[in-house]
Design a protein around this ligand. Sequence first.
Ligand SMILES: Cc1ncc(COP(=O)(O)O)c(C=O)c1O
Length: 380
Amino acid sequence: MPVFNERIQAALYERKIQGLTRTLHCMQPSGATDIIYNGETYLNFSSNDYLGLATDRELTQAWQKGLDQYGNGSGASPLVTGFSSAHQKLEETLCNWLGFGRAVLFGSGFSANQALLFSLLNKHDLLLQDRLNHASLIEAGNLSPARMKRFKHNDVGHLETLLIENALVVTEGVFSMDGDLSPLKQIKAVTHNKGWLAVDDAHGIGVLGEDGKGSCAFAGIKPEMLIVTFGKAFGLSGAAILCSESMGDYLTQFAKHHVYSTALPPSQAVALTKAAQMIQTQHWRREHLVELSQCYYEQLSEVDGFTKTQTPIKPFMLATSQRALDVSNMLRQQGFWTTAIRPPTVPQGGARLRITLTANHDKHNIIKLANALKQAVKGI
Ligand SMILES: Cc1ncc(COP(=O)(O)O)c(C=O)c1O
């Protein structure tokens, strides 16, 4: 008998007794800030739609226009016939905005990260990653032929002790579960002349820096490779690696997730170009987020579990998985959706609510959430 069934049952049972089983919820978006689940409406504080573009009508219309012009799917991988003028325009828009020679498109940030590490590294290389990097980067590092070491979170001193010639250093710009910023200026300074730096700015692009150029612009540095994902501030999905022309040529030849994967629908590329333009010009979205962040601070800074961040990601620390689930459930009863994040996504003892703000929220929403959260933590 094959072992697979037994393996599956054992793994599911283990998850269950650890209280770590994850549940897929079927959600219906409702308006700009709400979601409907099981017939009930909740104010959503768990999306990554930081700028509120996922439900923006202007963006929907751009996508619809793209559908009329280009039809439904791309029909092939980029090097076959899947690459169109819509993809080209998106790449050019990203290069001009972010100041790189090339942009190479991918279906997701997960695949962009894997493609980068798998195609660039060989067995003689050293890969240095912040220990809190996203699963896509850590997994790719483990599977790549290079030797991987993880430096302590945001610890430039530790990174420096590990650095040798020809290392690839990889960090996130904004850490997805903690909402804190990487010390990019210092990391760039120690990496310079020794190795290359790649920054995954999934959570910084659109949100930080002049015209939403992201964490690197905010820190005043330019890494060798910048990964931007389109599932967060862009309100859509997909990703790009921004790099030099020669690195772009290299990825076009050797990045298997690019070469052997169907190109994004061209209509989506049209929508992404529109989103990039909206991000650059609609400064009010970032300004409003800053006001909301200040309001969140004023409401909750005295409450145990509060964590101060410069980003719309507001982890509310609850230590154990049970406490995180309890508070999340209490908030749900009050009409707020705040997902509990538990190990292994975060370290043991680091269970939390990952509260996220979006430009579609208003101060009234934040005050209501803060009041409910204060009540909930009193009750546990
Ligand atoms: C830091 C980081 N990188 C990469 C990804 C993966 O991006 P995508 O959702 O486009 O696959 C995520 C997604 O959550 C992320 O948080």
